[in-house]
Write a protein that binds this ligand. Sequence first.
Ligand SMILES: Cc1cc2nc3c(=O)[nH]c(=O)nc-3n(C[C@H](O)[C@H](O)[C@H](O)COP(=O)(O)O)c2cc1C
Length: 281
Amino acid sequence: MLVVQRDCALLAKLIAFAFVRRKDSMVFANPEEKCWKLMGIATSLCLILPLFATLVFCGVSCRGNSGSEESVRNTTEIRTPQLEKLPVPSFGKAPELNKIFQQRKSVRAFSNREVGWDDISLILWAGLGFKRSDDSSIVVSEATRPAPSAGRIYGLRIYVLSDGKLRLYVPEEHALLLVEEQLDTEALATAAYHQSFMAKAPCIFIITSVIEEYQAFYRERGERYVYIDTGHVAQNMLLEAEALGLGAVPIGAFDDEEVGQILGLSEKEQPVYIIPVGHYE
Ligand SMILES: Cc1cc2nc3c(=O)[nH]c(=O)nc-3n(C[C@H](O)[C@H](O)[C@H](O)COP(=O)(O)O)c2cc1C
């Protein structure tokens, strides 16, 4: 719109200039009168032309658009009338990562085979672990992790439900804390609006958050950051699972209260995302 107004103002100036040249022979009572009249003409043109251009622009927009190029043109305004083709994505520049992106998909059918603790360890590390040395043997930074987090709050927790037991991941120790000796995966699937395939997953990760931890820093924006952080952590876990040759799916449809009760969460802690993981059927 700014472009249209700018162009119209320019046009108005040109017309006023032409007018001056043509009417130079006109006799004005004094130079001040001439100046005021010309400014009046120019101002009128500045007001009328943008209005006219807006009407024409709206008319064109409302006529409807079918092609993708047409819709892009309407959203990016007049400045980019043509699509600029990008180079074909060259997977060769980061082949391993791009292969994982290509392969990732949601998997909802799993074999009975257990997910090994080595794999669980890597998936948890990718989610909330700390950066390690190249051979992964030692933690090299207590501050930085594979996933980003707003203000480095990392106010998320990951529970693991495997071999019928519920455990909480403790990133500082890269260890698990037994929370529940026996937990029914069927109950979790029921709380997820009867997504029965979940009950067959040999391993289920549940990401929870305490919104107050984010709100203490970010006030009302804190809630938004919980979900953004959760997305980063979950994506890391999904891609790690994919890289390990495992199938996984992110689950967002469940009854918060019911899941909270099943996991024995306090009122402040809410489940945000569930990720069943397993070997392909
Ligand atoms: C926020 C979110 C919530 C989701 N919730 C569910 C869910 O409750 N059940 C399910 O089977 N899939 C769920 N999915 C997975 C999507 O259905 C899946 O990612 C989408 O269909 C794209 O397919 P793809 O992952 O195979 O590329 C969810 C995905 C996201 C991002």
